[in-house]
Design a protein around this ligand. Structure first.
Ligand code: PHE
Length: 465
């Protein structure tokens, strides 16, 4: 049964089926900032710039934008509507929405639920280690780490190659993440994201103005936006697709879980689009800033190909910051930005796992957050001790688990949900809504799953281009 609460400007449908104790987002802005907080993370500021560097710039960016449009956006709506209509964690939401499908529905909810929790768990385990390095660099920039300065080439090896130090920062970051999730969706996640996201935007704009004044921005923009298709390889296309999932937090139920805390589905479509736009704009701006720094100091060739990889942000940039006027302040701001972005993403990763224990197992939120937080921390130690493990976990989650999760979610949304559940988010658009929902249904049924399946098959070597 549903009741409606009327306030001055909005009508909010309140679902009686959802226990008040589950909590939820208090405002629409709070939800958008939390979802954008989940999307904007290390993926935007650490990963997007370096994979763009490795795959040669413009053409890769174009393919990536195509993936966001054809796969990211349709799936974003699919996840949000599943969460909102299902009103529970990934397992529970899918179970209740696919009930009529019998065994197939049950299987779908188990497979997707299991995969989502495994992905959230594994991603957070290595994500927290990388975020820990950002805290180290933040402290180095502030000058509070004895004997370490930004211009010193050995700082990165000094932390990434030092398992004890990496583990210590990893522990700090996990504690930051647990303490937010423990406080709940409104009291923790929403409140923190409402502060972090505007700060993040402010820092990014500040950095953009700075590189606009110090030079390199024109070359940087040319690098990002002038496509050179000769550099585009099959591998680059696969990477672009994997990254589209990662950067929008799709394929592992983060958006299903956040969607389940929405009070109404009225704005789901618009808000999903806003989140995707915010995420893309922030990735491109971060890329513009980082490459401007690189080009103002002599360009990618100066760095060498290996330095443009995962080490771009941690190995090359600090050295460049050290040589720039006002570089110390820029470095403090930059690493602060990285920590904020990672923090608001990490809480969404932990929330997927915690929501499962709270909704399905009836566990108290605080217990669930500590229990899972420490379990993830323990697994994360493996990444803190070995870069190989870190790279391996990054690869299997981004390239296989998230796309596979996305494929299952697309099939569930397109083929297993009732028409009413499927289309309810489009009702806010009046007449246009019908056409929009037809377009979306077609995409999520045919285009998204086929594209994702092709990429997965190519990745495992069953399809060759
Ligand atoms: N979207 C985040 C980023 O770009 C990572 C993430 C993936 C967060 C999946 C939640 C779920 O860094």
């Amino acid at each position: 049964m549903s009741a409606a609460v009327h306030t001055n400007e909005i009508t909010v449908a309140v679902d009686d089926a959802q226990p008040a104790s589950r909590g939820g987002f208090a405002t629409r802005l709070g939800f958008i900032l939390a979802a954008a907080g989940s999307a904007v993370g290390l993926g935007n500021i650490w990963k997007f710039p370096y994979i763009t560097g490795v795959y040669g710039g413009g053409a890769f960016v174009l393919v990536y934008l195509g993936c966001i449009l054809l796969i990211g956006l349709p799936l974003m709506y699919a996840e949000l509507i599943i969460g909102r209509r299902g009103g529970k964690d990934v397992f529970g939401a899918l179970r209740s929405l696919t009930e009529k499908q019998g065994v197939a529905g049950k299987l779908m909810s188990y497979a997707t639920g299991f995969l989502s929790i495994a992905s959230g768990f594994l991603i957070l385990s290595f994500y927290a280690v990388v975020a820990g390095w950002a805290i180290h660099f933040f402290c180095v920039s502030l000058g509070v780490i004895p004997g370490a300065t930004l211009g010193d080439k050995t700082v990165f090896a000094g932390v990434a190659g030092n398992a004890w130090l990496s583990s210590a920062w990893h522990t700090v970051f996990m504690l930051m993440t647990i303490s937010v999730v423990m406080l709940g969706v409104h009291g923790g996640i929403e409140r923190v994201c409402k502060i972090l996201m505007p700060l993040l935007a402010l820092i990014l704009v500040g950095l953009l103005i700075y590189v606009g004044m110090t030079g390199g921005l024109n070359e940087s923009l040319a690098f990002l936006f002038a496509p050179d298709f000769s550099k585009l390889t099959g591998e680059a296309v696969l990477e672009a697709l994997g990254h589209a999932f990662f950067t929008l937090s799709l394929g592992m139920g983060a958006m299903i879980t956040y969607g389940s805390y929405l009070k109404s589905e009225k704005h789901v479509v618009r808000d999903g689009v806003s989140v995707a736009i915010l995420d893309t704009v922030i990735a491109l701006t971060a890329g513009a800033v980082i490459f401007a720094v690189v080009f103002s100091m002599g360009g990618l060739d100066v760095l060498g190909k290996d330095k443009a990889g995962p080490g771009l942000v941690f190995q090359s940039l600090p050295l460049l910051f050290a040589q720039m006027p006002g570089g110390t302040i820029v470095a403090v701001l930059f690493f602060g930005l990285l920590i904020f972005a990672a923090w608001s993403s990490a809480v969404s990763l932990l929330e997927v796992v915690v929501a499962y224990l709270v909704d399905e197992r009836g566990m108290n939120r605080t217990t669930a957050a500590w229990l899972m937080g420490w379990a993830i921390w323990a697994v994360g130690l493996a990444s803190a001790w070995s870069m190989k493990v870190l790279g391996f976990l990054d690869d299997i989650t981004t390239m296989y688990m998230l796309p596979l999760g996305g494929l299952l979610i697309a099939i569930a949304a397109g083929w297993m949900l009732s028409k009413k559940d499927r289309e309810s988010g489009f009702s806010a658009f009046g007449n246009v809504g019908g056409a929009l929902s037809k377009g979306w249904t077609f995409t999520i049924r045919y285009i998204t799953p086929v594209l994702v399946a092709v990429v997965i098959l190519a990745k495992v070597g069953l399809l060759k281009f």
